[in-house]
Design a protein around this ligand. Structure first.
Ligand code: GUN
Length: 374
C-alpha cells in the first residue's frame, strides 16, 4: 500500500536530519515548526501572514472543531483547507490530549472518553473511531491516533495499562480510517519517562507500521523535568523507523527544539509562541523579552535587533509595549507574528546547519547566547 504522506532524508549530521515530507497538499522541509490553529485559525494570523513568515504546515484540533463549528458542517463546506482558505498541509491532533486536559470533566473507559464540553457543560463521547471520523471529515493531510497522554510524573503502574489501551485504540483507529489514500496516519509513542515503557509502546505500534506515515512522541513537556524529556528523546527517537517523519508533540521552546532536532526529531508544534505573545513575551536571540517592562518605554530598537521579520523591520519596542499595555489588537498581532517567525526561522537555520554539517556548533552557539552565557 502506498502511503499518502512520505519522507525523504536529504542530509544527516549526527542524529539530526534535514529532509522533505510530501503530502497531498505539498511539501514540507524539515526540521519544521508547525503553528497551532486550534479553532481553524492560528490566533491573530491571516493566511497571508502565515505564508509571509514561511509556514509550510499548520495544525487543527479535533476536539475544538468537533464542538464548534462541528466537523460535519466543515465537511459540507468542502473540508478544513477550503473552510479556512489554507491550501498547504494541515495536521490534526486527535483530541485525546485536549480531552485528557479537562481533568474532572472527563472519564476514560475502554470504549473511549466521556467528557463535558468546556464551553457549555454539554455531554459528549469521543472514541478512537469517532476521532478518526472527525479527522476524516476535516480532511487534514496528517491524522493523529487517538491516544492517552498521561501526566508527566505518572507512575509505571499507571502507564503500563495506559500504553496497552492506547495500543488497542491504535488498532481501532487503523480499522476506522476511511481515507487511507489521502490522509496519512501518525502513530503516537507514549511511555512517560521510562525507557523500557517507551520501547514497549513503540514495539506494539510498530506491529502496525505499514499503516503509519510517521511517528509522534507524545506525553512529553507535560510536567516532567527537562532532563527527563531529553533523556527519553535521546533514547527513543532513533529507534523510530528511519524512513518516516518523527514528530515531537507540544514543544515550542527554542532550546528544547534544538535539543529535539539533535535527537532526530523532524516536526514540532506548540501553542507557546502565540500564547506568550498575547501576554507580551517575545523571543529574541538573547532570550525572552517581556515587552511590558518599564525599561522598554522609550526604546526605539526592534524586538530583536537581528531579526528580519516584518515586525522587527517596521516597529519599535516602545510602540509595541504601548499597544500591549493598552490592550490594542495590533499589539497581539505584532508579537504573535514575530514569535512564530522566530521559531520557523530557527528551524530553517537548523536545517541549513545540518546540511552544512555544523549543527552541533550552531546549536551550542545559539543556546549560549539565548541563555545569556556568552
Ligand atoms: N499534544 C501534546 N502531547 C500530546 C500527546 O501525548 N498526545 C496527543 N494526542 N497530543 C499531544
Amino acid at each position: 500500500m502506498k502511503l499518502p504522506v512520505t519522507y525523504k532524508i536529504e542530509d544527516k549530521d549526527g542524529k539530526a536530519r534535514a529532509g522533505v515530507i510530501t503530502t497531498p497538499h505539498g511539501e514540507i522541509e524539515t526540521p519544521v515548526f508547525m503553528p497551532v490553529g486550534t479553532q481553524a485559525t492560528v490566533k491573530t494570523m491571516s493566511k497571508e501572514e502565515l505564508l509571509d513568515i514561511g509556514s509550510e504546515i499548520i495544525l487543527g484540533n479535533t476536539y475544538h472543531l468537533y464542538l464548534r463549528p462541528n466537523d460535519e458542517l466543515i465537511a459540507r463546506l468542502g473540508g478544513l483547507h477550503k473552510f479556512m482558505n489554507w491550501d498547504k498541509p494541515i495536521l490534526t491532533d486527535s483530541g485525546g490530549f485536549q480531552v485528557f486536559s479537562l481533568g474532572s470533566l472527563r472519564k476514560i473507559k475502554e470504549e473511549g472518553v466521556y467528557f463535558s464540553s468546556h464551553i457549555d457543560g454539554s455531554k459528549h463521547f469521543i472514541s478512537p473511531e469517532k476521532s478518526i471520523q472527525i479527522q476524516n471529515n476535516l480532511g487534514s493531510d496528517i491524522v493523529m491516533l487517538f491516544d492517552e497522554c498521561p501526566p508527566g510524573l505518572s507512575t509505571r503502574e499507571y502507564i503500563i495499562p495506559s500504553i496497552e489501551r492506547t495500543t488497542r485504540w491504535a488498532k481501532r483507529c487503523v480499522e476506522a480510517h476511511q481515507k487511507k489514500d489521502s490522509q496519512g496516519l501518525f502513530a503516537i509513542v507514549q511511555g512517560g519517562i521510562y525507557e523500557d515503557l517507551r520501547q514497549k509502546s513503540l514495539d506494539e505500534l510498530s506491529q502496525m507500521d505499514e499503516n503509519f506515515s510517521g511517528y509522534a512522541i507524545g506525553g512529553l513537556a507535560v510536567g516532567e523535568p527537562r532532563e527527563d524529556m531529553y533523556r527519553i528523546l535521546d533514547y527513543i527517537v532513533e529507534k523510530c523507523p528511519e524512513e518516516k517523519p518523527r514528530y515531537l508533540m507540544g514543544v515550542g521552546e527554542p532550546v528544547d527544539m534544538l535539543n529535539a532536532v539533535e535527537s532526530g526529531i523532524d516536526m514540532m508544534d506548540c501553542v507557546q509562541p502565540t500564547r506568550l505573545a498575547r501576554h507580551g513575551t517575545v523571543f529574541t536571540k538573547d532570550g525572552r523579552l517581556v515587552i511590558k517592562s518599564e525599561r522598554y518605554k522609550e526604546d526605539t530598537k526592534p524586538l530583536d535587533e537581528e531579526c528580519d521579520c516584518y515586525v522587527c523591520k517596521n516597529y519599535s519596542r516602545a510602540y509595541i509595549r504601548h499597544l500591549i499595555k493598552v490592550q490594542e489588537v495590533l499589539g497581539l498581532r505584532l508579537t504573535s507574528y514575530h514569535n512564530l517567525y522566530f521559531l520557523i526561522k530557527l528551524m530553517k537555520d537548523a536545517r541549513k546547519a545540518i546540511k552544512e554539517k555544523r549543527f552541533k556548533e550552531f546549536k551550542e552557539k545559539f543556546i549560549q547566547r539565548y541563555e545569556g552565557k556568552e
